[in-house]
Design a protein around this ligand. Structure first.
Ligand SMILES: [Zn+2]
Length: 164
């Protein structure tokens, strides 16, 4: 993949305070995925500019689109935290962001799958149900193979009992 450098006019300085230029690759969705900096656990990239540490997508938003106030957050239309393509960024409030993330997270994992009839709650019940595969299959209207996969955690892996 081609590597690009995000030109933000920032000149890296030598010695103690030296800054890596931001490099990125463009994926099939048009996302600019940062490849030069480490991602934090939540998938976001933080960079250092002068004395401040700032999330990359927020930094780029302010440079390319406009200033942000404290309670404004930058959301990803593409759902890809390390992406900083200005066209994929949009401004929202932090409440919207949480809502958006929950909605997308939920959909992205199990319940959006085509033909998925089960909810996460069902999955947890199935795992704790000692009845036979065929009984459970009838009760929940999915194949017994699916029931077995759920029990063996080959399906719906992301659902953990603690989340019930
Ligand atoms: Zn993107």
């Amino acid at each position: 993949m081609t590597r690009f450098t995000y030109e933000d006019g920032f000149i890296p300085s030598r010695g103690k305070a030296s800054y890596k230029p931001v490099e990125y690759e463009i994926d099939d969705n048009g996302c600019w995925v940062c490849v030069s900096h480490r991602k934090s656990e939540d998938g976001y990239v933080t960079i250092r500019r002068g004395s401040r540490r700032i999330r990359l997508h927020r930094y780029v938003f302010e440079r390319e689109i406009g200033p942000l106030s404290e309670n404004e957050v930058v959301m990803h239309k593409c759902d890809n935290p390390p992406c900083f393509n200005p066209k994929h960024l949009t401004k929202g409030t932090s409440a919207e962001n949480t809502f958006d993330r929950n909605r997308k997270g939920r959909q992205a994992k199990g319940e959006r799958n085509r033909g998925a009839k089960l909810t996460e709650e069902d999955v947890i019940k199935i795992r704790n149900d000692s009845r036979s595969l065929s009984e459970l299959s009838q009760e929940y209207g999915v194949s017994s193979v699916q029931i077995r996969n759920i029990k063996k955690r080959k399906a719906w892996k992301h659902v953990r009992e603690e989340s019930a």
